[in-house]
Design a protein around this ligand. Structure first.
Ligand SMILES: [Zn+2]
Length: 266
């Protein structure tokens, strides 16, 4: 009888240990799980800055239409995620203000949406950039074009402390502040390019690195999407169509959803 009681006491004690220690032993499994709660969507250009100009359409209008659709799909299907736009109309937030909006709101993701252009009219396809300087000489034209937006701002010389978007030397300033986020940025960029290629049937030019000003300062994973070339007649026509915009926006939405599930470990 006594033995049985002892056994019972020992058993109760063993059962109680995890509860007892669980209260104050830090344990990885007890840390609150990461949840992606806020996304900043950035429609490139706007207002006095049209961006690239196709034969019939301006980049700023395509970017805004697709960005608003991505936001709409996110709000409809992921109500637990807050969507913040850097612009939801034809205004012109500066290249400094755009990532600032994401930092001030402590967003978990920053997605900048653009459309491309090239002197070679046959160039077409999508590409998604993460912040980085690896092989950036190959993409210098597009980097220069996107960053040159600051030249439209008054006082840009003071605002950007001598940064000259047209000079390769200026990019020495771009240290790897995004290094902590590069892994997750590439994960999202991979999802986006895969979706464009496999679900929308676009030509993917791949995931690339570029020192884009807008990707320099966000304190969160960040990507810059190029939806296609407005200098290519076929691609311009596709991006101008309502179906084209919806396909591209839903591809970006599905990529964000897949990325969220992946990093939240679902
Ligand atoms: Zn652009």
């Amino acid at each position: 009888m006594e033995r049985f009681n002892n056994k019972k006491i020992i058993l109760s004690f063993l059962i109680a240990i995890p509860f007892f220690f669980g209260g104050f032993i830090p344990n990885e499994t007890m840390m609150p799980a990461f949840r992606m709660k806020k996304i900043v969507l950035d429609a490139g250009h706007g207002g006095s800055d049209p961006g690239n100009i196709g034969s019939k359409v301006r980049e700023k209008d395509i970017n805004l239409a697709v960005t608003l659709l991505v936001g709409k799909y996110l709000k409809e299907n992921m109500p637990d995620v807050e969507v913040i736009y850097t612009r939801d109309d034809d205004s012109f937030p500066t290249l400094k203000q755009r990532p600032n909006i994401a930092n001030i709101n402590k967003a978990d993701l920053f997605v900048s949406i653009h459309s491309n252009s090239a002197p070679n009219k046959s160039a077409f396809g999508t590409e998604t950039f993460v912040m980085g300087t690896k092989h950036f000489e190959a993409n210098f034209d597009i980097v220069k074009r996107e960053n040159s937006v600051i030249l439209l701002e008054e006082n840009y010389a003071e605002e950007y402390e001598g940064f000259d978007p047209t000079s390769p030397e200026s990019y020495m300033l771009f240290n790897l502040t995004q290094k902590a986020y590069i892994g997750n940025s590439i994960t999202l960029a991979d999802h986006i390019e895969t979706q464009f290629r496999d679900r929308v049937g676009r030509k993917s030019r791949g995931v690339k690195q570029g020192p884009f000003y807008v990707l320099w300062t966000p304190s969160m994973p960040s990507v810059l999407v190029e939806l296609g070339f407005l200098s290519n007649t076929e691609e311009e026509k596709f991006l101008m169509s309502q179906a084209g915009k919806e396909y591209m926006a839903s591809a970006i939405y599905r990529s964000i959803k897949a990325y969220k599930e992946q990093i939240e470990g679902n």
